[in-house]
Design a protein. Structure first.
Length: 521
């Protein structure tokens, strides 16, 4: 921290300044005084405060009052900088008498002879140390920031999640100083005794990764704790508490200096913090029945989205490319946004999204209204094999659906159902699911007007071919063959029936048929 002794102080300082309220006798005013806390260090039973009192002659009386001291004498000093930074002694104070816990010093100059007033002392960039003894200055019994380094009480906590070591996690606490600088404290649980864990603030989100923006004090494995004073980044760009709360960054805590590549705890900070607003989409099995999962969209403070995929059943060491595509899965469409590859060992991937591949901006709210779907592929070499898939945004299914029976016609072994399902946007997913179909065959399907028995009619909706291997056909329906729009409500009331044909070359042979909409059941 810069060696600044004279800074403007706001009225929110955490010290008590008192004066007489006797307006009839201004000459009897109490002297101004400021009190700062001294916290325990090596001995939890020793703590207290230091009081600065303004004297009429321009000097300042500095009184240290500690609880818990017993015998001996405890040297005390005012040091420059904050306590977590450390700094040289600038004022030597009278030792604390352990029998009383008191030390009283009249201060009018710094140790180098520079004159200093009460107002300047209480605005110092400084802290107070009280030591065990003159022979053991390395052991502190009490310590406290003073002046502009006092904490205002304004704090922000960020979660640091487990990464490579499941038992290690914790929080990073950002506290605002009177100066506007930040105290960043990391407290982890599960760190090994005697471990030393380097920590840094990086640019970007954890899902994106980025260069180191600010090196933090190494986390002590025995206590799980580190504390860092921040008023600038490593490149000397000025940043304080308020700037950090808007910073595009994340924190990494590493296993050791020799194993920087192993991250034991990690968490997004600033504008990348998650708001708690989330949306989940199901990713159903496709080519491999044992692989399925969910995609979770989480909103950041910035409005951007964190998209996490978690699959079950992926093979160890597999690498599964994933993308958001335009349109519904039933329609298919071009890639809109490439997602980070799903790690087969964990089944997990995480991607920060604030723009599509073509650089069109898109945020969390827009993704929840996006006309798209997600594909997860078997491998980069086998992109044609989809292992999991699910509609997102406006294409999500609401849960409202109707099933219709499709009876066997030319072959008694082929029959099934047609399901009409409502999407968030009001469109309809029509799923034909037949049993008994044969691999290698494609069966054209249509919705016709009228009733199977009484008034068969023309095709009003062409459906996707039923694939013989799976017996499934998926079609997104938004309009009839004549171009007129139709929504889910109208589809479930349609005057129609479904025909499934043997092949494109033999449309006259029906393999399944059934009434739908108003004509059903």
């Amino acid at each position: 921290m810069k060696k600044i002794f004279y800074l403007f102080m706001t009225s929110t300082l955490l010290f008590a300044a008192s004066c007489s309220s006797d307006d009839d006798n201004q000459n009897d005013q109490d002297p101004a005084n400021s009190v700062f806390t001294l916290e325990s260090r090596s001995d939890a039973s020793i703590f207290g405060d230091v009081t600065f009192t303004d004297n009429e002659n321009g000097s300042t009386t500095v009184v240290i009052d500690l609880n818990g001291t017993t015998t001996g004498s405890h040297p005390a000093h005012i040091h420059e900088n904050s306590a977590v930074e450390g700094g040289d002694i600038i004022v030597s104070l009278e030792p604390v008498d352990a029998s009383t816990g008191l030390s009283t010093t009249v201060v009018s100059t710094l140790n180098d002879g520079t004159a200093i007033s009460y107002e300047q002392l209480i605005e110092l960039d400084a802290y107070v140390n009280v030591h065990q003894s003159a022979d053991d200055l390395g052991t502190l019994i009490a310590q406290g920031d003073i002046g502009v380094n006092v904490l205002t009480g304004e704090v922000k906590e960020y979660v640091l999640n487990s990464k490579a070591v499941p038992t290690i996690s914790g929080v990073a606490t950002f506290s605002k100083r009177v100066s506007g600088a930040a105290l960043v404290e990391i407290q982890l649980d599960g760190t090994p005794n005697d471990g030393q864990h380097p920590a840094h603030i990086h640019f970007n989100t954890a899902a994106e990764s980025g260069a180191i923006a600010k090196s933090l004090t190494t986390v002590d494995g025995t206590t799980g704790y580190s504390a860092t004073h921040i008023e600038e980044l490593n490149d000397e760009t000025q940043i304080g508490y308020d700037g950090l709360l808007e910073f595009d960054g994340y924190i990494n805590v590493h296993l050791s200096a020799a194993e920087i590549g192993t991250i034991v705890a990690q968490g997004d900070i600033g504008q990348n913090e998650l708001t708690g607003e989330v949306k989940e989409y199901a990713l159903g099995s496709r080519a491999i029945p044992s692989i399925s999962g969910i995609a979770t969209f989480s909103k950041r403070v910035s409005g951007a989205a964190l998209v996490e995929i978690q699959l079950q059943g992926t093979p160890d060491n597999g690498e599964h490319p994933a993308h958001i595509h335009f349109n519904t899965a039933a329609e298919s469409g071009a890639i809109a946004k490439s997602l980070n590859t799903v790690d087969g060992t964990t089944g997990y991937s995480a991607t920060n999204i604030e723009a599509l591949n073509d650089e069109t901006s898109i945020d969390y709210e827009a993704l929840l209204d996006f006309d798209g779907y997600i594909n997860v592929h078997l491998s980069a070499a086998e992109l044609g094999t989809i292992v999991a898939q699910g509609d997102i945004g406006q294409n999500e299914l609401t849960g409202n659906s109707v099933d219709y029976d499709l009876a066997a016609v030319s072959d008694a072994t082929i029959f099934g159902t047609a399901n009409f399902a409502e999407r968030v946007n009001g469109e309809t997913l029509v799923t034909v699911n037949l049993v008994g179909t044969t691999a290698g065959n494609l069966h054209p399907a249509h919705i016709h007007s009228g009733d199977v028995a009484n008034a068969p009619g023309a095709i009003i909706v062409s459906l996707g071919n039923v694939v013989g291997e799976t017996g499934v056909s998926l079609t997104n329906v938004t309009q009839l063959s004549d171009g007129s729009s139709i929504d889910y409500t109208a589809m479930t009331a349609i005057d129609g029936y479904i025909n499934v044909h043997l092949s494109a070359d033999d449309l006259a042979t029906l393999v399944a048929q059934g009434n739908v909409g108003a004509n059903a059941g």
